[in-house]
Design a protein. Structure first.
Length: 281
């Protein structure tokens, strides 16, 4: 039997609310990978709920990763998500650099903003630090807000521009010029659809992948998207095909969740659909 590949998953651990590691671990496990978590923080719930207990893990991350290096662990992929501050990004830079030298997949989800503004728990100093991680990524998955922050563009002006798609493509190309291997821009609203822009390399033409948008917003949608995408890429799908399959999965799970009595902060009820990922989608 072939050895199970490992994914180093760097993200926070929220006890309640489907997001971050509580999304990534079951999804990638269902897809056949051993998930090795690196917690950036431990929270009683994600920060969309009032007054969560938060324990920052910054002081232990370097020693945590050093122990892995001492053990000689290797990974098929390093996947980074929410970071508390720029210092955590600095800790991760040499880790991603080693993975790059080893030829491993590096998926960076710069989870720090949405709906036009930085998360309340994130300081502006995180933006350039996250940009350095994006430059080390095989694939980065910013949403439109995060793309604007990473490229210094005004979110409101981009959204209001009739040439929004062209501007998104141009901003994504700037990330590619900075060293990122490929970019998937998520969450570009277009009427009843939610669009994702895929640029698979500096010489590639942009591909737009659309999915039906439900009215309700669900926390952690980006985490579900990035986790499923990571699994498909590890299975060897080309980026365009991986984004299509991921979009189909997220839309299916989101549409079903919208029919349930689920608070949007609770996240997408993806659990009933994990079997789709086990079977291969």
């Amino acid at each position: 039997m072939q050895e199970i590949e490992r994914v180093a998953a760097v993200n926070d651990l929220s006890g309640f609310g489907r997001c971050s590691l509580t999304v990534t671990i079951p999804i990638l496990s269902a897809m056949g990978y051993q998930v090795c978590p690196v917690p950036t923080a431990v929270l009683s719930s994600h920060t969309g709920y009032p007054d969560p207990l938060i324990r920052d893990f910054s002081g232990d991350m370097a020693a945590y990763l050093a122990h892995w290096e001492q053990l000689g662990l290797t990974f098929a992929c390093g996947y980074t998500g929410f970071l508390g501050d720029g210092h955590q990004a600095e800790i991760l830079e040499p880790f991603l650099q080693r993975l790059k030298e080893q030829g491993a997949l590096r998926l960076v989800d710069p989870a720090m903003a949405d709906h036009g503004k930085l998360y309340s728990s994130c300081a502006p100093e995180l933006i350039p630090a996250m940009g350095r991680l994006v430059a080390l990524a095989s694939v980065a998955t910013p949403n439109l807000t995060e793309l604007c922050l990473l490229t210094g563009e005004d979110y409101a002006a981009v959204v209001a521009d009739a040439r929004c798609r062209s501007r998104v493509e141009a901003m994504a190309r700037r990330l590619l010029a900075g060293g990122c291997g490929a970019v998937v821009v998520t969450g570009v609203e277009a009427g009843d659809n939610i669009d994702n822009c895929v640029l698979s390399g500096v010489d590639a033409d942009p591909v737009w992948v659309s999915g039906h948008r439900v009215e309700q917003n669900f926390a952690g949608t980006g985490d579900v998207f990035a986790s499923v995408l990571c699994g498909w890429l590890l299975r060897g799908l080309p980026l365009d095909a991986a984004v299509r399959r991921t979009t189909d999965f997220v839309c299916k799970a989101t549409a079903a969740t919208a029919t349930m009595d689920v608070n949007g902060q609770d996240g997408i009820a993806f659990e009933p659909f994990l079997c789709d990922l086990v079977k291969g989608g």
